[in-house]
Design a protein around this ligand. Structure first.
Ligand code: NDP
Length: 450
């Protein structure tokens, strides 16, 4: 970040880095937004005087706590849990919980910061937050996962509520973990209320919530291609990851007649040159969701090719869907995508492209939808789950899917409206940043200085 040319941006980032030492992921997320917002507010004295951007980079509060649990062998284990309540200018804090050994305060601050803009883009009344723990669910028994979730919620329950802060899932937290946490919240408070989203359908969950992020990523791609009078049918698609987002992204792509040639996990990547069939995907879903296996097993499972290394970006593809984790597209990956003629990228994971990769892609003809726009379908349907809980109603799959498509379509239109370049092409990053910023900034201005 030492070579920033814009003086205002350089000074702003210097302050962010000084106030948040040792938090590279947070610096990166702020920089990605500030590079568009600082020029945008340069002549807006009111926003500058009220220090809106500075205030947005400072979380309302960060709660950090000890999580003690007992493993199956009777050993006492200690982890660290967090909730970053970033900004509630336009609604209660909303954002997922991540259980992964790489979780740090910096990672959760980057995710919470991004979440504010993403939630704003959905058009729903949702503020931004994120939480998690450095707990590794891999290799743990079901009972260990349950004890951890209960211990985590015992502390977290003091800080959340249906009108205060409504967490959901993320990496390492799916329907099972949300169920254990919701059960513990109910046990502790005696209240049955919409305090978590991603719940089971039997106890207040929404139809399509598990599918929503992955489906939304594909709907964003459909909208981008439509600007070129093109469709997804027959396109060769590289997908990374094999978790919740990747699985339903692949499902929707196959449904729409695309050719899904890859999926991956942290061990390696499968390559299926002719495209995965629905049966292949069902096999992967069972492997990952039921048997807890590794993608390498797909070689024996259905004859996939497999290579070590968790990135498929060197494979020739028309469309790319990074759905694993942050910074999984770096400069060499971006160059490979450009060289191979990739047309568009829709980001399923949060901040999957690093700054060098973004620059390379920006200078190419590739259409590039940032995560805060492309993967907003998950939180959007979480918002719809909150509405259904408040109304004591449950909407059908078709109703929720229609809402989801409409929300993604509106996000796409906002990106186009705010990100159109002089030559008619669209800078989706700029469009998403400015559209997400405007709504939150206007609410903060309305509340006055304190
Ligand atoms: P899951 O835990 O279901 O799956 C995560 C996937 O990413 C797995 O395939 C995992 O492989 C892989 N992965 C995790 N860490 C790494 C790593 N360091 N290197 C390579 N691969 C890795 O998570 P989700 O699918 O829910 O989340 C994926 C991404 O999507 C995250 O960035 C998340 O923040 C984002 N997201 C998720 C939403 C949701 O609704 N679930 C909503 C919006 C964004 P392995 O099994 O080997 O660990």
């Amino acid at each position: 970040m030492s070579d920033i040319k814009d003086k205002d941006l350089a000074a702003f980032m210097k302050g962010v880095i000084r106030r948040n030492p040792g938090e590279p992921e947070f610096h990166q997320a702020v920089h990605e937004v500030a590079m568009d917002i600082i020029p945008y507010i340069r002549d807006n004295d009111r926003i500058k005087k009220m220090r809106i951007l500075e205030r947005m980079t400072e979380p309302d509060r960060i709660i950090s706590f000890r999580v003690i649990w007992e493993d199956d062998a009777g050993n006492i284990r200690v982890n660290r849990g967090y909730r970053v309540q970033q900004n509630n200018a336009i609604g209660p804090y909303k954002g997922g919980i991540r259980f992964h050994p790489t979780v740090t305060q910096s990672v959760l601050k980057f995710l919470a910061f991004e979440q504010v803009f993403k939630n704003s883009l959905t058009g729903l009344p949702l503020g931004g937050g994120k939480g998690g723990a450095d707990f590794n669910p891999k290799g743990k028994s079901d009972r260990e996962i349950m004890r951890f979730c209960q211990a985590f919620m015992t502390e977290l329950s003091k800080y959340i509520g249906p009108n205060t802060d409504v967490p959901a899932g993320d990496i390492g937290v799916g329907g099972r973990e949300v169920g254990y946490m919701f059960g513990q919240y109910k046990r502790l408070t005696d209240r049955f209320e919409g305090v978590l989203t991603g719940k089971g359908i039997e106890f207040g969950g929404s139809n399509i919530r598990p599918e929503a992020t992955g489906y939304g990523v594909v709907y964003m791609m459909v909208d981008m291609l439509a600007t070129k009078n093109d469709t997804i049918k027959g396109k060769t698609c590289a997908v990374s990851g094999s978790g919740n987002v990747a699985q339903f992204c692949a499902e929707k792509l196959i449904d729409l007649g695309a050719k899904v040639i890859s999926m991956s996990d942290s061990g390696g990547t499968i390559y299926v040159p002719d495209g995965m069939t629905r049966e292949n995907l069902d096999w992967v879903m069972d492997l990952k969701n039921v048997r807890g296996g590794r993608m390498s097993e797909c070689v024996d499972g259905f004859g996939a090719k497999y290579y070590d290394g968790n990135r498929p970006w060197a494979l020739k593809c028309d469309l790319a869907f990074p759905c694993a984790t942050q910074n999984e597209i770096e400069a060499p990956d971006a160059r490979a995508l450009v060289k191979n003629g990739c047309m568009a990228i829709s980001e399923g994971a949060n901040m999957p492209s690093d700054p060098d990769a973004i620059d390379i892609i920006r200078d190419s003809p590739i259409m590039h939808a940032p995560s805060k726009a492309a993967n907003a379908g998950g939180v959007a349907v979480s918002g719809l789950e909150m509405s259904q809980n408040s109304l004591r109603m449950s909407w059908s799959r078709e109703e929720v899917d229609t809402h989801l498509k409409k929300i993604i379509n509106t996000i796409h239109s906002q990106c186009v409206a705010k990100g159109k370049r002089a030559d008619g092409s669209v800078d989706y990053f700029k469009g998403a940043n400015i559209a997400g910023f405007d709504k939150v900034a206007n609410a903060m201005l309305a509340y006055g200085a304190l």
